[in-house]
Design a protein around this ligand. Structure first.
Ligand code: AMX
Length: 436
């Protein structure tokens, strides 16, 4: 059986001529135009990134390597006794585009175990930080602290060929993936659970081990697997993916790049929205003395939020124009899980789903009035005891690492250039508009 790395090399060698040909023979073919609104408005819709790891259709939602979320969950080998697949198998899929066999999944499981030992100094770094530091700051700092481990940085300094950059990048990315779950769980237990970190169990897969290190019983292992896979990748232009790609394009290694991407994920308009959703709904419940509100009461609260100039967290999207299938996948998990289905917080989130799209449509600003992934994810965490909602974006970050690290491995394999878009001045825009 070819190893994952051998398979990846074969895929890279097959893919390289496609990229080279496109640039050499068809480099002048136009795939879009840029308007003034796009230049000022966050480059929305500008086609200037290439990735084959995932694609986001505005009406259909994400496809990972061509597969929808239900197809992905269906196709990948499952952990025995669990309903959800191995995260390790999903990593194989993202990197190669192939659904792995059981044996291929086991290779990744074993490989990650061999790389999983988090250096002691990482815990020292975390312990030196004030305990009220945001867990995303801790997570990012821990990743950055490990930069001295980078095989890519070492090989680059030794003078490696461009054609081989992907190899040490793959090494760094695999090592990071193997270690992130323990770092995340350590932060959680140190910060919120009376400083009681739980050692990893070498017999468990990534999702199972994460649940174990969090100290949460089944089916939280399946929640972890589902959560990490759902949050992994959303093509290249979102802030965390783009930041990771941008930093890596300067040939910064995976540690520098991922730490930067995680900092972007920490923004309230991006990954932090899942924390904001819970804060918003909890505040609202508190005001009502814990009662599930009426639709009228909820409608008023939504308008109050909008009228005070704030966004409704968990709603809207820069690309999507329908309900996020990542939202739907988590909603379905809630609906099929006894206890969760009737859980007051889930009922409230479901009621927001009934009311908010109409309110946002009447408000008339958001191009997409439908919920995104963040509107639903906190409920599940809360139900299983992870009520410290500051931590939710760290969970997002562990999942997001799968996508962005697979992407930067391929960035190096295909020799993507250092990113350097061109800026213009306001004078130039006024001239282009013919008003100057
Ligand atoms: N509530 C209120 N207003 C909203 C809104 C929402 N949920 N979503 C968009 N709008 C407003 C925008 O603020 C903007 O207002 P402006 O013209 O006064 O600046 C206007 O509608 C047009 O915005 P848009 O083109 O529809 O969205 P965008 O591409 O600029 O931004 C996003 C996308 C996600 C940042 C935005 O919808 C938002 O702020 N949503 C709430 C935060 C959130 O859920 N973020 C998580 C997104 C998923 C993720 O990355 N994890």
């Amino acid at each position: 059986m070819a190893t994952l790395k051998e398979t990846l090399l074969k895929k890279i060698q097959e893919h390289r001529p496609r990229t080279t040909r496109l640039v050499k023979e068809f480099g002048d073919v136009k795939i879009g135009e840029v308007t003034i609104a796009q230049a000022i408005g966050g480059a929305r819709g500008v086609k200037c990134l290439v990735t084959d790891i995932s694609y986001l259709d505005p009406m259909e939602g994400i496809r990972f390597r061509g597969m929808t979320i239900p197809e992905t969950f269906e196709a990948l080998p499952k952990v025995p006794g669990s309903e959800y697949p191995y995260v390790e198998g999903f990593w194989y899929l993202l990197l190669t585009g192939d659904v792995p066999t059981d044996a291929q999944v086991q290779e990744v499981v074993e490989d990650w175990k061999a790389r999983a030992q988090v250096p002691e100094y990482v815990f020292d770094v975390l312990r030196t930080m004030p305990r009220d530091t945001h867990p995303m700051t801790m997570f990012s700092a821990a990743i950055l602290a490990m930069q001295r481990e980078s095989v890519f940085a070492k090989k680059y300094a030794e003078g490696i060929s461009k054609m081989d950059y992907w190899d040490p990048m793959y090494e760094d990315c695999s090592t990071l993936m193997a270690r992130l779950p323990q770092i995340a769980a350590y932060i959680y237990r140190m910060k919120y659970k009376g400083d009681t970190p739980i050692a990893p169990d070498p017999d468990l897969d990534m999702g199972g081990n994460f649940a174990h290190m969090m100290g949460i019983d089944k089916p939280y292992d399946d929640v972890a697997r589902m959560y990490f896979i759902l949050h992994s990748d959303h093509e290249s232009g979102n802030v965390s993916a783009h930041t990771t790609h941008l930093v890596a394009s300067a040939l910064s290694d995976a540690y520098y790049s991922l730490s930067a991407g995680i900092n972007g994920l920490a923004g309230p308009l991006h990954g932090l929205a899942n924390q904001e959703v819970l804060r918003w709904t909890q505040d609202f419940m508190k005001k009502l003395g814990g009662e599930v509100p009426t639709k009228e009461g909820l409608e008023k609260a939504l308008w109050d939020t909008l009228n005070s100039g704030q966004v409704i967290p968990g709603y809207g999207h820069a690309v999507l124009r329908k309900t996020d299938p990542r939202y739907t996948a988590q909603r379905e998990f809630c609906l099929k899980t006894p206890g969760l289905k009737d859980y007051p917080l889930f009922q409230l989130v479901s009621m927001i789903f009934e009311v908010a799209p109409d309110v946002l449509q009447q408000h008339g600003k958001a191009k997409n009035p439908w919920p995104n992934v963040d509107a639903q994810s906190g409920v599940i965490q809360w139900y299983y005891g992870v009520t410290e909602y500051d931590f939710y974006t760290v969970l997002f970050g562990v999942g997001r690492a799968l996508g962005v690290l697979a992407n930067i491995t391929w960035d190096r394999a295909l020799g993507y250039a250092i990113e350097r878009p061109k800026s213009v001045t306001t004078d130039m825009l006024e001239e282009a508009a013919g008003i100057k």
